[in-house]
Write a protein that binds this ligand. Structure first.
Ligand code: 0RA
Length: 629
């Protein structure tokens, strides 16, 4: 792929201007909240990664500046600086025309996905200011924009001894609701990109606090798997293979652990294929066939027993990374690979590689097959447990749990349920609530940690059963998100260590078993106040230490401060006013921005190994976002 084709200005197509982007930003970057804001950086970095994929770029630096702007620097070929057929500099065409960029021209350029090369122009359209600096052919070429309009035309600003592109931009604060870049948010994606491109060096610099980190992995996706598994008990050394045909490059790294969950992440041209697709289907088919062949030839199962695809991936951590020439992305979020020829290619490559691995590593094979058989047995036991429950008719709509105080509203879109920690807070919230549309389910103490429990234990837990039945949409394969009875599911726990533990346990349950509920945006965390400040007849609630300090500054230090440790310390009126009343409360919506982040958090915080947990907490001790989950 690299180098075959020289890229010049004539190959860049010009289709349209930038006004449309400013009118409908969400169409181009998804939304104008936190996700969209960070998407701007990803768009630029994607261009640099294309250069890396094409074999030219070795270093990328992302710098977050104090004034809210960001710079992405790379040492790729640099944006072309010759004059395009339209009479404009290619630099200008690439940064100001939608659908400009070689990415549209498959021959010339690009294997990665993204927005078909409109990235830079979209970022330009949504920035107060954008400056390009191209180092190419011994010169520095610059071009400056404001709100997508040229303000400093292309000029040669001096000599240069190297190649590459420097893009600096400041997002338009009138377009974005959120305007401050979040280091940790960027960190995850940059780390992922570095894992996927072994040898590539990505530096993330935050000038607001002096933080700098380098992501650089000579081991590539093998190190990715090791990183994902750092808090898990591993059954063997990671297994890796990489094979290619003319059009397709397939790379896999995998390692089994003793966990009950799988972490199977697939990528096509560095784009995470969250919805899977033909490549993943091919890999799963190959794995399932190989393990069935193996248990058969080793006579490990009875005649009528067969391992399913799900059995084969229990405890598996794997990265599947493809580089293909013409990816077709489908699905709701365009993260599902559609190319039908890919399934067979991946299947046969993976089958051969895995078969050889099992044959050449008999002791690893024994451990892995043992684990898979174990999972098959657990599945059979769970099926029995489930049938039992079915027969009792608990999961089928009939009986709602006795502890549930349901609401009278029947439209899920208007209904809310609060999972409340403890019977006493449960009692006050039942008094406080709006019976029309707010339901209460009190939870007693700690719920089961589903990260550590096999499925039949999960099904056996009374508290979990109550949650599942209240939600009313089934479980696991039978789960149907359209049947969820409440479109606001609110976790309401105390503002102390126990409360945050219970909250994490509930989040783990949803993450593992009701991910769609999170993806739909139905899951929320209630934010009860931490303090009540009273001066004379006036009382104010504070939801953070910072707010408390502000309020104290305003009202003077002779106010009485009450610190709320638990929900139970509030009377029903206070609970209503501060935490439950839709007019005055603050709910935090739970999102899965990135399954990797969540998975890491859940595994590290809830898993067996202590050291990664300690490290994680240390790393994030200052960051509310992560501790608060
Ligand atoms: C169009 C064509 C070529 C490279 C780029 C754009 C390009 C864009 C960005 C944005 C950030 N870094 C970038 N690096 C490159 C191909 C260049 C060639 O064939 O010489």
């Amino acid at each position: 792929m690299p180098g075959e084709h020289d890229y010049t200005a004539k190959e860049i197509q010009v289709l349209s201007g930038l006004e449309g982007v400013r009118k409908r930003p969400a169409m181009y970057i998804g939304d104008t909240g936190k996700r969209g804001l960070h998407h701007l950086i990803y768009e630029i970095v994607d261009n640099s990664i294309d250069e890396a994929l094409a074999g030219y770029c070795k270093n990328i630096i992302i710098t977050l500046h104090k004034d809210g702007s960001a710079t992405v620097t790379d040492d790729g070929r640099g944006i072309p600086t010759d004059i395009h057929a339209s009479g404009k500099s290619a630099m200008e065409v690439v940064s100001s025309s939608l659908h400009a960029g070689g990415k549209f021209e498959k021959k010339a350029y690009r294997v990665s996905g993204g927005l078909h090369g409109v990235g830079l122009s979209v970022v330009n359209a949504l920035s107060e200011r954008l400056v390009l600096e191209v180092h190419r052919d011994g010169k520095i070429h610059t071009l400056g924009y404001e709100y997508g309009k040229v303000k400093a035309p292309v000029r040669v600003a001096g000599d240069s001894t190297h190649q590459g592109t420097v893009v600096t931009f400041k997002p338009d604060t009138k377009i974005f609701q959120e305007t401050a870049f979040d280091y940790d948010y960027l960190r995850e994606r940059m780390m992922e990109v570095a894992f996927l491109n072994k040898g590539l060096r990505i530096r993330l610099e935050d000038e607001r606090n002096g933080k700098v980190e380098d992501f650089h992995y000579e081991g590539g996706i093998v190190q990715f798997v090791e990183y994902l598994n750092k808090a898990r008990n591993k059954l063997h050394q990671p297994f890796h293979f990489s094979k290619k045909t003319d059009s397709t490059e397939v790379e896999v790294a995998l390692q089994y652990t003793d966990s009950y969950n799988d972490m199977l992440y697939s990528f096509v041209n560095d784009i995470k294929t969250i919805e899977g697709g033909t490549h993943l289907a091919g890999f799963r088919a190959a794995l399932t066939r190989v393990v069935n062949d193996q248990v058969k030839s080793l006579k490990l199962l009875k005649e009528d027993q067969k391992l399913t695809g799900d059995d084969a991936i229990e405890g598996l951590t794997a990265i599947l990374s493809l580089k293909i020439a013409e990816p077709q992305f489908e699905g709701q979020t365009k993260t599902k690979l559609g190319n039908s020829e890919v399934k067979g290619i991946v299947d046969s490559m993976a089958y051969d590689a895995l078969k050889t691995y099992f044959e050449e590593h008999p002791s690893e094979a024994k451990l892995i097959l043992g684990k898979i058989i174990n999972s098959m047995e657990a599945r059979e036991a769970a099926q029995k447990a489930k049938d039992l429950i079915r027969r009792k008719n608990v999961f089928e709509n009939s009986l709602l749990p006795g502890k549930l105080a349901d609401c009278s509203e029947e439209d899920p879109a208007k209904s809310e349920i609060f999972f409340v920690e403890g019977d006493s807070a449960g009692g006050s919230s039942k008094q406080a609530r709006d019976r029309q549309n707010q339901a209460i389910l009190p939870l007693r103490g700690k719920i089961l940690n589903v990260e550590k429990a096999p499925i039949h234990k999960v099904l056996g837990s009374e508290e979990i059963k109550n949650i599942v039945v209240s939600i009313g949409a089934g479980f696991k394969e039978d789960f149907d998100v359209t049947k969820v009875r409440y479109h606001k599911i609110v976790i309401m726990t105390d503002a102390d260590v126990d409360g945050s533990h219970i909250r994490t346990l509930i989040l783990t349950l949803f993450y593992r078993y009701f991910k769609e509920v999170i993806e739909k945006g139905y899951l929320y965390i209630a934010q009860p106040p931490l303090y009540r400040v009273q001066k004379g007849k006036n009382a104010q609630y504070c939801y953070s230490d910072a707010q408390l300090n502000e309020v104290l500054k305003a009202v003077g230090s002779d106010a009485t401060i009450q610190r709320y440790k638990g929900l139970g310390e509030m009377n029903p009126e206070q609970l209503w006013e501060t935490t439950m009343n839709p007019e005055t409360r603050v709910l935090k919506q739970v999102t899965i921005e990135d399954a990797l982040v969540a998975d890491e958090l859940f595994t590290v915080l809830m898993g067996d190994q202590v050291e990664p947990r300690r490290q994680f907490i240390e790393q994030y001790a200052a960051s509310v976002r992560n501790l608060d989950i």
